[in-house]
Ligand binder design. Structure first.
Ligand code: F6P
Length: 680
């Protein structure tokens, strides 16, 4: 007691026995504690330690009671008295301290939040607003970007898309206006839109093809989309983008079903929907028999003179018929309730479709465009179902080929195989009272290319040096080839011609590199599978013969390349080699010329392509003649810049005049004329 008695803030200590007698107490407690307070008595009775506030000696005290024991029984209690004013003081101090701490924390949190908001919300919004303003007032052209992953990322993406659309629309309007000023001869997306609107009176346009313009594929667990490597898609997409409508095609992507609605439709392009894509599903057996079998092992080699023997199997024919029927049903469903619908059927996959549609809907206007060559009647006659195919095709009101020569071959084939009346002056076939007009419509590309969202978003293309660097080689001259790996494209002939060129002109060794951007195609067919091996073998052999530590003559990039990936190669290349052994048109040739804004570069073009009839300023070659192609490569690399420019200018002029909008306008006008009874 003496020891604790003088502790600061203690009011004192007291000990009581169980007879409520004060045994000892510190002096400052005073005399009124001779008997224990009731709380202490209860603590001793219940043998429980505890504390309470009590008014003692005129002051508020806190007392803490500890029962004391002797031989395990309660013998008394120790009572500790505190000044309660001190406790209150401490409590108020704690409150005060906490209040300040809380205040400081709140201040820090508020400041940090403000800074964060400024940095990640209002700052970017301000910048975005300023950028939009600049865009509106035409002070800005550069793409807008914010650090990825911020909380505004989704909004940024949308604003970015919207702004790109606005820029594209503005640029396109300006270009349209410019072209209009320059004269009415140029067909533009806008002009085609007007033309189709007048023609269709707001009825939708229908396009049918095997290949779809967009396919959705699984990349890990994510669904991505891609544009297949196809001349047909390159050509027709701008038409659908301009006119809207419905494109019916085989849904071949492994994630295609995941993204369509209940009617198997999806609006595309995925980033900026402008028309409808309706997908038709095929079983594996149907795809094998109709696409790989009859269309690509039968009709494809039949129509291309490349000395690859066609295979005709009855089972494949049955599938071909069944799939044509399936597409007919899908189309009939789509055109239900629409009077005189305009239907553009594409290619050799659907020779039977025109008749199937016309039989069910005689009021429909049907055109069939054949994207590949048509052989002479002797060649075609080896097909066991030639009569059925021709009969199916002649269901169309209009049949188009790329060139007159193929029209003539077709008419001669009909003349020999079917009973019909042919008007050779007007290229009309009359069979069973129905007339079909047969006419050439050279297909093309969207040129001049109007800026689109994806072209606007594209970062500047790497130049030739950048490309060489990315490829990990040194070089001075760049050649490019872009193909589906197909035996009609003359790819191995092209490589052998490059080999011959390097052999004949050794100073170019170490300087000239040819890059082949080759998309694997139809690989389940043996001829294509074998070709891939042959192409790779030739690349290896030629590289092994000439390559050095820092240089290779041929680089084969075997994959599907997007338009955006191909563009830099077109732009940077000194020459482009198109060496098809036989090709309906070949749009790579036109794309290369279209990409040459700087008017530098040379196109070497096979005489067996439809394109060679129009692009006369290319160096036209026979791809089987390796000496001639090797010579053309040398001539291209040594051609003066003036000559390159002059040739490209003339070819670009041709492209401008005969672009894809004109193709679509001519085709649809042809159909309309038939409707009015003014055939041809
Ligand atoms: O241009 C001819 C063509 O057969 C098109 O019909 C087709 O879209 C393209 O080549 C690509 O072939 P595929 O569709 O068989 O990959």
């Amino acid at each position: 007691m003496e020891k604790f008695g003088h502790r600061e803030r203690f009011a004192g200590l007291a000990i009581y026995d169980t007879k409520d007698k004060l045994v000892a107490a510190t002096p400052q407690l005073g005399s009124d504690l001779a008997t224990p307070p009731l709380f202490v008595v209860h603590a001793m009775n219940s043998d429980e330690e505890g504390g309470t506030f009590l008014p003692l000696g005129g002051k508020e005290r806190y007392l803490h009671v500890l029962p004391l024991h002797r031989e395990e029984r309660v013998a008394g209690a120790l009572v500790i008295f505190y000044e309660s004013a001190f406790i209150e003081e401490r409590i108020s101090l704690i409150w005060k301290n906490n209040f300040f701490r809380f205040l400081i924390n709140a201040l820090i949190i508020s400041l940090t939040t403000l800074l964060l908001i400024r940095w990640s919300v209002t700052g970017p919004i301000d910048r975005m607003a300023q950028w939009l303003k600049n865009l509106r007032t035409k002070k800005e052209n550069a793409p807008f970007s914010l650090p990825p992953g911020g909380i505004l990322a989704p909004l940024t993406r949308e604003v970015e898309h919207m702004a790109q659309s606005i820029s594209a629309a503005r640029a396109s309007a300006e270009e349209e206006a410019r072209l209009r000023r320059e004269g009415e001869s140029t067909w533009t997306a806008e002009r085609l839109k007007e033309h189709i609107r007048n023609l269709l009176q707001d009825r939708p346009l229908f396009v049918i093809s095997n290949r779809e313009p967009y396919s959705h594929v699984l990349k890990g667990k994510k669904v991505e989309w891609l544009v297949p490597a196809s001349g047909l898609v390159t050509a027709l997409e701008p038409v659908l983008k301009a006119c809207g409508g419905t494109w019916i095609a085989h849904g071949s992507g492994d994630a295609d079903r995941e993204v369509v609605d209940s009617r198997d439709k999806i609006r595309v392009p995925p980033e900026e929907p402008q028309y409808l894509l309706k997908r038709v599903w095929l079983t594996k057996e149907e795809e094998t028999g109709y696409y790989y079998g009859f269309a690509n092992e039968g009709l494809w080699p039949l129509c291309h003179i490349t000395h690859t023997r066609p295979s005709f199997r009855f089972g494949d024919w049955e599938y071909y018929y069944a799939v044509n029927r399936k597409f007919a049903e899908a189309t009939l469903q789509e055109i239900e309730g629409i009077s005189e619908p305009l239907i553009l059927i594409q290619d050799y996959h659907f020779a039977l479709l025109p008749r199937m549609i016309k039989d069910a809907r005689p009021d429909s206007r049907v055109a069939l465009f054949w994207h590949i060559p048509w052989p002479n009647p002797e060649s075609f006659s080896i097909c066991p179902w030639q009569r059925e195919l021709l009969h199916g095709m002649l269901g169309a009101d209009l049949i188009g080929f790329h060139i007159q020569f193929h029209c003539n071959n077709f008419l001669e084939t009909v003349d020999r195989a079917l009973e019909s009346r042919i008007d050779w002056e007007h290229f009309l076939v009359n069979r069973d009272g129905h007339t079909t007009l047969v006419k050439p419509f050279p297909i093309s590309i969207a040129y001049p290319a109007l800026p689109t969202r994806s072209t606007l978003a594209r970062s500047p293309s790497p130049d030739k040096e950048g490309i060489f660097k990315e490829l990990g080689i040194r070089g001075k001259y760049l050649g490019v080839g872009v193909d589906r790996i197909d035996y009609t494209k003359g790819i191995t002939e092209r490589f052998r011609a490059i080999e011959r060129f390097l052999e004949k002109y050794p100073p170019y060794q170490g300087l000239f590199t040819f890059v082949e951007l080759g998309a694997p195609s139809r690989t389940h067919i043996k001829a294509y599978h074998d070709l891939m091996g042959e192409v790779e073998g030739e690349v290896d052999r030629i590289n092994w013969r000439f390559q050095t530590k820092e240089w290779k003559p041929i680089i084969f990039l075997k994959k599907h390349h997007s338009h955006e990936e191909i563009q830099p190669f077109y732009e940077a290349a000194d020459l482009c080699l198109v060496t098809s052994l036989h090709d309906g048109m070949n749009l790579v040739a036109k794309e290369f010329v279209g990409a040459k804004e700087e008017e530098k570069g040379v196109l070497i073009l096979s005489q067996f392509t439809g394109a060679s009839r129009e692009l006369k300023d290319a160096l036209v070659v026979n791809p089987y003649d390796l000496e001639q192609v090797a010579e053309a490569i040398r001539q291209a690399l040594e051609m003066s810049p003036e000559e390159q420019r002059a040739r490209l200018q003339r070819m670009r002029e041709t492209l401008k005049e005969r672009n894809i909008y004109r193709w679509a306008a001519d085709l649809t006008s042809g159909l309309a004329q038939i409707r009015l009874g003014k055939e041809a």
